[in-house]
Design a protein around this ligand. Structure first.
Ligand code: IMP
Ligand code: MG
Length: 174
């Protein structure tokens, strides 16, 4: 069963607020948005159109592997960025920070290219599930637990097209 967690209006409001914070912090400076595929494609497209700074958009894809369903800390980049980010303000755009392994690794890899600054913008933050020290600099919604889908976020590649965010509930749960 799926229950609506965040409406289109709530998401739009959160995205605009994040964009405003980014504009305030970077005051007309250049920004390179690095969209962490695939989950943040929709979030990135909405976020960038609200940020008026001169900006570029690039994409990176990472997959976590290891035993079972948890990422287990092993993260491989399967598609790297193509833009030169040396000396640039980089903002990694992520759908959800969960254990933090993915972002920690991606941030480390991008840092090797010597950006001027590197920040994380995440739509959702499951802080209680963190396994490594990593924080979102710009966070849309904090959430406790539950598996969400929609607005780019999938379950087995499904539901990315939903315009709202839903939480999946197992049968029998309250
Ligand atoms: P981390 O490395 O554990 O932080 O993994 C974060 C990634 O796990 C996110 O970018 C999502 O792709 C995926 N993920 C975490 N929680 C959810 C969820 O509730 N729904 C869908 N994907 C999720
Ligand atoms: Mg993801």
């Amino acid at each position: 069963m799926m229950k609506k967690l965040f409406s289109r209006e709530e998401i739009e409001k959160a995205v605009k607020k994040l964009a405003a914070s980014i504009e305030r912090d970077f005051e007309g400076e250049r920004i390179v948005f690095v969209c962490l595929l695939k989950g943040s494609f929709m979030f990135t497209s909405d976020l960038v159109r609200h940020v008026k700074n001169p900006s570029r958009v690039d994409f990176i894809r990472a997959s976590s592997y290891g035993s079972g369903t948890r990422s287990g800390g092993k993260v491989a980049v399967t598609k790297g960025i193509e833009e030169n980010i040396e000396g640039e303000n980089v903002i990694i755009v992520e759908d959800i920070i969960d254990s933090g392994h993915t972002l920690k690794r991606v941030k480390e890899i991008l840092s090797l290219s010597n950006p001027k600054t590197i920040k994380i913008c995440a739509l959702l933050d499951k802080k209680a599930r963190r396994e490594v020290e990593i924080e979102g600099d710009y966070v849309g919604f904090a959430m406790t637990d539950g598996f969400v889908v929609g607005y780019g976020i999938d379950y087995a590649e499904q539901y990315r097209n939903l315009p709202e965010i839903y939480v999946m509930e197992e049968e029998g749960e309250a």
